[in-house]
Design a binder for this molecule. Sequence first.
Ligand code: TA6
Length: 298
Amino acid sequence: MLEQLKKKFIENKSFEFEQEENEFISVNVNNRSAKAKIYLHGAHITEFKPHGQEPILWLTEKLILKDDFPIRGGIPICWPWFAAHPADESKPFHGFVRKMKWDLLNINSDDKDTTIVELGLKENNATIELFPYKFEIIMRFTIAKSLKFELLINNKDTKPFITGGAFHTYFNIGNIDDISIEGLDKTKYIDSIDKRKIKEQKGDIKVNCEVDRIYFNTESNYIIKDAKFARNIFVNKKGSSSTVVWNPWIDKAKDIKDFADNEYKDMVCIEIANAEEDVYELAPNETHILGGEIGILD
Ligand code: TA6
C-alpha cells in the first residue's frame, strides 16, 4: 500500500508518507506555513502546528492505532450521525467513518505555503449494513497559516437519506483553568450531564467541571481565549447550526482508556456539528458541505 502511494504521489519538500504500527499510513505535511499529519484511517488529521506556534490540535499521549478504533484527538469525523444512532444504539457511537480506511485522492503542494490533501470514502458491504445507502464523501484539508477542513457529502443513491455528523475537534490549550470560549452567549444548549435540560449560555464559556453541551440554532464563529499560551484561536464554521463543547474533566478522563488522567487540563473540544435536530435530508445527487477553519487570531 505504501509503495503504491509513493508511486502515485511523488513526495517532495512539502510532504512525505509515514507508516506506523498496524500499517497506519499518514501524510506528513511540512510546508512554509505549518506542519500537519493526516492518517488515511478515518481521514483523521492529528496534528496542525503553524511554524513558531504551539500545536493547535491536541492528541492523547496514550495513542492507540488499530483497525476499527477511533484515534483520540485531532479532528475525528463523526458521520453519518453524531453521538448515538437515533434509532439503534447498537450502531457505532459517532457513526463509522472515523474507524475506516479512506482512499487518498489528491495532494496539491504546488504552492509552497499551502498544501491541499483530499481523501474519499464510498459505501461498501460494511457501511451498507449500518447505513443502507450509496454515498460518496470527500474530506478536503487546506494546510496553510490556518487549517481549512471540509466534508463534502454526496447522495449517490436513488432515494433520499437523512444524516447528521460533526467535526469532533480537540483543541490544544495551555490550561483548562485559564481559557474562555467566546461566541455562544445567550445561545440555548442541551446539557448532556444534567438530564439533557435546556439551558441558556451566559457570557463566555469557562470550564471548571465536566462539560458536555449541544448548543443549537447557532451559526456563529467562536474564539478560544488562551491566557497561558497568550493566544486566541478562531473557529469558523459553515453548513452547521449546532456546536458541541466537551471536556471530560477528572472522573470521565480516568474512565477513558486512551486518555491519560491529567490530560483533561490540556484540551477542550469545540465541535462543528449537525447534531440533534440539525440533521438534513439529501436528495439523490445532492451534496451537503460541513466545513470549518481554525487558526490563530493575529
Ligand atoms: O462530543 C461529546 C461526546 O459525545 C461526549 O459525550 C463523549 O462521549 C465524547 O463525545 C467522546 O466520544 P468518543 O466516542 O470519541 O469517546
